[in-house]
Design a protein around this ligand. Structure first.
Ligand code: ZN
Length: 277
C-alpha cells in the first residue's frame, strides 16, 4: 500500500534535530527519504514554518510539497503580502496554506482573514489549520479548539479547510464540526510523540483515548475526509503507521493512507492503486 504523509515538518532547526533523534530518526532529507521508501511513503506535505520560508533557496527536496505557513504579521496585515502568497499558491509544489492559531493568538474566523481565504478559494487550495493541544505551554487553547473551525467553515464556505490533528484530544467537537461542515477534512497527525517502545502496551494504556477517537470516527462514518499524517520529526514513522492501522478500519486504509490526501491536496505523488497490502 502506498502512503502519503499529509502532515510533516521539514526545517533545519536544532529543536527538530532533537525531537527526530527522540523518535528514532535523523532530521535530514536523505534519512527522511530512505525512511519514507522503507515504509512505502511516496511523498509528504510539509507544513511551512513562518512566512516567508526560504523556498527560493530550495528548502524542500522533491519528494516533499508544502503548505505555506503564515506568520502573525502577515495575518494582521495581509494585503501587502497577498502577491507573495499568490505567487506561492500558483506553484504546483505549494499545496495550500497553513495557519497556527493557539501558537498565534487569533481566531481563524475573524474578518481580517477574509483576503487570505478569498485567495485560497480562488486558487482552490486548502487551508490547513492547527487544532488541538499546542506543543508548548505558551499558547492559548481557546484559539485552537476544533470548534473554532465551525465559524470559519460556515463564514467562508468556498474555502476547503483541513483540521490538523483532528483537534486532539477533543474528538467529539472535531467530529461535530466535520459532520456539519463538508468543506472541512482532517489529518490524523500529532497524536504520537517520540518512539513508542511497545505499541500494544501503548494502546492498552491509552485505551480510553483511542476508543474515543475510533468511536467518534465511526459515528461520523465518513473516512473520505481523513488523512494519514505523521507530524515528522515528532513521531516515529513506523509507529505512526501501526497506530493509524489500529485506529482506522482496514477497508478504509487506502483512502485514509493515500487517496484522500491525493484528492484534497492534489499532491501529484504517484500512488500505486492496485497494491492494497
Ligand atoms: Zn504539525
Amino acid at each position: 500500500m502506498d502512503i502519503i504523509d499529509a502532515h510533516l515538518h521539514f526545517a533545519a532547526e536544532a529543536y527538530f534535530d532533537r525531537i527526530a533523534l527522540a523518535a528514532g530518526h535523523e532530521n535530514n532529507a536523505p534519512h527522511l527519504q530512505a525512511a519514507y521508501r522503507e515504509y512505502g511513503i511516496v511523498g509528504g506535505v510539509a507544513m511551512g514554518g513562518n512566512c516567508p520560508p526560504s523556498l527560493e533557496k530550495g528548502a524542500y527536496p522533491p519528494f516533499l510539497k508544502y503548505c505555506l505557513g503564515l506568520d502573525e504579521a502577515t495575518l494582521r496585515n495581509p494585503t501587502p503580502e497577498l502577491p507573495f502568497i499568490a505567487r506561492h499558491l500558483a506553484k504546483k509544489e505549494c499545496l495550500g496554506l497553513k495557519l497556527y492559531p493557539g501558537y498565534i493568538p487569533f481566531y481563524i474566523y475573524d474578518d481580517f482573514m477574509a483576503p487570505i481565504y478569498e485567495l485560497a478559494a480562488a486558487c482552490d487550495k486548502p487551508v490547513a489549520v492547527h487544532t488541538g493541544l499546542t506543543a508548548s505551554g505558551e499558547g492559548f487553547l481557546k484559539y485552537c479548539h476544533p470548534r473554532i473551525m465551525d465559524e470559519a467553515a460556515t463564514k467562508f464556505p468556498k474555502v476547503r479547510f483541513v483540521m490538523c490533528h483532528l483537534g486532539e484530544p477533543w474528538f467529539e467537537d472535531a467530529v461535530a464540526v466535520l459532520e456539519k461542515n463538508h468543506n472541512v477534512s482532517a489529518d490524523l497527525s500529532g497524536i504520537l510523540e517520540g518512539k513508542i517502545p511497545d505499541m500494544a502496551a501503548f494502546l492498552r494504556q491509552k485505551r480510553f483515548y483511542v476508543e474515543q477517537m475510533q468511536g467518534w470516527l465511526a459515528y461520523l462514518d465518513d473516512y473520505s475526509r481523513l488523512m494519514f499524517g505523521t507530524d515528522w520529526p515528532l513521531a516515529n514513522l513506523q509507529d505512526y503507521i501501526e497506530f493509524t492501522k489500529a485506529v482506522i478500519p482496514e477497508e478504509h486504509w487506502p483512502a485514509v493512507f493515500a487517496d484522500n490526501a491525493e484528492r484534497i491536496y492534489r499532491c501529484g505523488f504517484t500512488v500505486t492503486k492496485e497494491e492494497q497490502t
